[in-house]
Design a protein around this ligand. Sequence first.
Ligand code: FUB
Ligand code: ZN
Length: 633
Amino acid sequence: MPAPHRTSLPIADVQIADEFWSPRRETVRARTIPHQERRLREGGQFDALLLKPRSHDDDDRERFPIFWESDVAKWIEAASYVLASEEDPALDAAVDEAIALLAGAQQPDGYLNNYFTAVKPGKRFTDLRDAHELYCAGHLIEAGVAHYEATGKTSLLDIVRRYVDLIWLEFSPGGPCEGGYDGHQEIELALVKAYRATRERRYLELALLLTENRGKAPFYFDAEAERRGDPGYFGGKGAIVRSSQRDREYNQSHAPVREQTAAVGHSVRAMYQYSAMADLALELDDAGLREACERLWDDLVTTKLYITGGIGSDPSIEGFGKPFDLPDHTGYAETCAAIGLMFWAHRMMILTGEAKYVDVLERALYNGVLSGASADGTKYFYGNPLASDGTVERSDWFDCACCPPNLARLLASLEHYVYVADTEGLWVNLYVAGSARFAHGGQRVTVTQESGYPWDGTIAFTITEAQAPLAMTLRLRLPEWATGAPVISVDGTVLPYTTDSGYAILDRTWALGDRVELTLPMAPTLVRADARVTSAAGKVAIQRGPIVHCVEEVDNAAPVPHLVIARNGDLRTEHADGQDSIVAEGLVDRPAEGGLYRSLSPTAEPTAIRTVPYYAWANRGKGTMAVWVREAP
Ligand code: FUB
Ligand code: ZN
């Protein structure tokens, strides 16, 4: 089957003017990006590019944290997306300053990494498993592409192209790192982006090479440790120990990627790898990579996905636990991992044309991704648990600051995820008000979207630019959460429609001003988990549309563990202060006297249990919280 020609629209061709998203994106521009710039300057990430190691102590690992360039790169990428849609001379100048620092840190042969330049010269590419060199390179490449596409400037793209030329020499056949690959995937998907931006075929070949080297025998990371003579950056000070199966699963090198069947190990690493596999499957029309992606996807969504779209339940590896092991209090669900899941899901939709991937993308976006930042955009969750004993709150920053700039770049590039275009027309994946401008059949077309989503399931589309009668297919995603049959009307007349792979298909000749209205029934619903998810056994969650709700102590008559939702009770939606709250019939199950275990029945009093969207929790002080709440038997 030839590769389809579905693509995301460029950021500049998508306008977002949406009651839900526009204020949040303005917060990212006006508060989050400046806050992160300050934290990166205070934290030393900018200064580190002057290649003067901190005189912290004798431990090399303390003198220069190894992946600091990635924090700066993700910040540049986020800022570039902002610059793609609006002028901001001060931000433009700050980005130029960061790029000048990177230019100064680049070595004459193109190499660019603080740690191995200033702390461990002569040891480049000797600790691929732990030292994050290619991970940092990947983020720099993504930043270079975003900056070029946003501003037309090649200042950063030129830097990263010189670096990639060097990496090619190192890793290509006959090079010193032949057979090697990164311990934290990232460069692979970045190289595909660089290929798409420049059409330099070698970037695609390098992405494929690194992807296919992974997991092949003999095992590269053991061989490099033998050559190096020490256990590596994260390996401690003892003797070299051969990697166990669990070590190999941690960075998904336990098997060649085409043979992998289950999502295992560190979840951000996994998401970046699977994203690159989907990209390569598309670009190279590679059925083996596509089938591997489809298998891994099925495993993830049927056994390892939180209802919030979070993934990675095991904090000890920042990654996947066993199937159905989805604890709520201790679940990790790193913000970066949910973002990575969006990256992968988006690519899978482009590869397959199936809406089921966007259903998961949307679940992650509105829940486990958005929860990663406070309402004011300056405090962050690294892990996003589904329950709190009252001690959990967002932090101003982290020593390992991967999540905050990842969230900034995701929200600043939301345009990428709303529409996809192909030769037949436009696919609408997300319901976000604004417009899409694209070329179709030799003419410029603009489709304007109006909606009160995610609170209101009625969305309108109008053809606001077209020069001639326009033969075009408009595909509208029909979300899995819809609580009844979606209704579509054109210019006020209800229209029968066909569906394919989760999309309603409207294949017609359109005229300027034609208006389509889609109504998605959006009743609040009680959701129950598979019985094997023991943390949710006997409990329910509340969802309305794409929004998963949670119960916070501050809104309720008792700490959350004492609340019980009535089985099949009434659920009433109230909308205030820009968000839904759902009120459920329930009970306060007051603990009976007699200590931890007792024979007395607890006393139960009727109460109204009030929810907030999960993304909005922990904005009003500490208190108990839960997504899964006990259900009356
Ligand atoms: O190792 C780089 C990033 O830091 C990972 O993606 C995150 O999980 C955090 O460990
Ligand atoms: Zn992170």
